[in-house]
Design a protein. Sequence first.
Length: 185
Amino acid sequence: MSVAQMSLFAALLALLAAGMTIAAGALMMKSSGRALLANSGSVICQLAFSVAAVATAGSLWFSEVGDFVPCEYCWYQRIFMYPLVVVLGVEVWRPEARSVRGGGRMLRWRTLPFTVCGLFLSAYHVQLQWFPEHGSSCDLIAPCTQQWVDEFGFVSLPLMAFLGFAAITVLVLAATVSDDAGVED
């Protein structure tokens, strides 16, 4: 697969993640949607795990196969994304221990610090790419304003990371909506 093909594929997946984020967020706003989500927690956790795994694999592909040099903020975003594969993977493959571990509240405590920090960091990185005159603390070899990917005129790697973090955040909240509603899994 060429870099151009992978860039297009990753951009399409990021836009799909944005659609999932909007759909799950809309469902959480209505009581009938929350009831639907309360019965779909394990599938939603699998989706969140898939987003984290694909984001991790994609970032590794771009740096190792595509020979993109990650900038400082890209490294920080990786630091917040990579552990989510493990945390969400344990949730997906060990669902029987969920009630012992504290249910969805513990899943939130384990994931949301990573996703919220990643959201803010990637939002700042997107802003740096859109407005490079605002300056950066990054080095000359791998500047944070460098756009390695620019699909559809606006989808860059930091935007893909932002959409991935947003999707995981909303999916984790949607997967644990039964804890807020007092519904048993």
